[in-house]
Design a protein around this ligand. Structure first.
Ligand code: NAP
Length: 277
């Protein structure tokens, strides 16, 4: 690619109209005065590899990957970071000048940065963390909690076998607990993380008993639509520190933007407002 080309990036998924990434990335492009564009791309599964191999020739410097292709792209790219390999999925591709496609997963990074920014008093080493859910997002969350030295991760998923598989991949610090016991283990946690889709607009509400929530705990929800889920509302009423899922979405986008466009963007109130507008 010649250096005079305007750099292009985007997000690939199907469907893609709901994605907030174009709004976020185009906000940063404008804010930092960078000539470039970021577009949503709805790609059919049978076209995925062809599209990904063609984009660099059109001037693309990379893309984000979202549902349902985060796992599929692992079989298409040339190089995969250790953390993406561990998680088994990628959300950020970098199209290198030597023609190689490099895949990373920044969800765990985004999760952790969101907590660091919005719950600075939470100490990862202070005690157990309850993780609700064992899907793709949970794998990124557990990887980042493991990396931060959390002493015990109590993992609770409706489908127990999926939680058991996650434990096999992530090791001894993970204890699988039955979904029906979720309400009972919450009271022992320093941090509670919802990685299920429960509480998201259009999905069932979270109906777990939440009376174990108490002052001093930190509670975070990966769901960001609505911003204040039932879990976060209940936690706030109980005096917990609450952290919504929008910050994770913003922070996970930072490494990709920096690699593609050469500027490390800020995640601040103006960024939140731009994405929520
Ligand atoms: P996924 O792989 O499909 O996993 C969905 C999870 O939700 C599974 O643990 C599933 O349990 C559980 N679940 C779904 N319906 C349920 C129900 N009725 N009762 C109990 N559990 C239920 O999805 P994902 O990629 O992990 O995403 C999960 C959520 O995180 C989504 O809401 C997504 O938008 C959000 N997310 C947010 C960010 C962010 O940046 N804030 C990033 C990634 C994901 P089973 O295994 O039993 O089906």
């Amino acid at each position: 690619m010649s250096d005079s080309r305007i750099p292009l990036a985007g997000v690939i998924g199907s469907p893609i109209a709901h994605s907030r990434s174009p709004r976020l990335q185009n906000y940063w492009l404008k804010r930092y005065g960078i000539q470039g564009h970021y577009i949503p791309m709805d790609v059919a599964r049978e076209d995925l590899e062809n599209v990904i191999r063609t984009l660099p020739k059109l001037g693309f410097v990379g893309v984000n990957i979202t549902i349902p292709y985060k796992e599929t792209v692992m079989g298409i790219v040339d190089q995969i970071t250790d953390r993406a390999t561990l998680i088994g999925a990628a959300n950020t591709l970098i199209f290198r000048r030597d023609g190689k496609i490099h895949a990373d997963n920044t969800d765990g990074y985004g999760f952790f940065e969101n907590l660091r920014s919005n719950a600075p008093d939470w100490d990862p080493k202070a005690g157990p963390v309850v993780v609700l859910g064992a899907g793709g997002a949970a794998r990124a969350v557990v990887a980042s909690l493991n990396g931060a030295g959390v002493p015990e991760i109590l993992l609770c998923n409706r489908t127990r076998a999926r939680a058991e598989r996650l434990k096999q991949d992530f090791g001894l610090r993970v204890t699988v607990v039955d979904w029906v016991q979720a309400g009972n283990i919450i009271e022992n946690a320093e941090l509670v993380v919802n990685t299920t889709s429960l509480g998201m607009t259009g999905k069932p509400e979270m109906r777990l008993p939440l009376d174990g929530l108490r002052k001093g705990m930190t509670v975070t929800d990966l769901v960001y639509s609505p911003l204040k889920t039932h879990l976060l509302q209940t936690a706030e009423t109980a005096g917990c520190t609450v952290v919504d899922g929008l910050g994770m979405l913003l922070h996970q986008a930072v490494p990709g933007f920096e690699r593609w466009f050469g500027v490390r963007p800020d995640v601040d109130d103006a960024t939140r407002a731009a994405v929520m507008a």
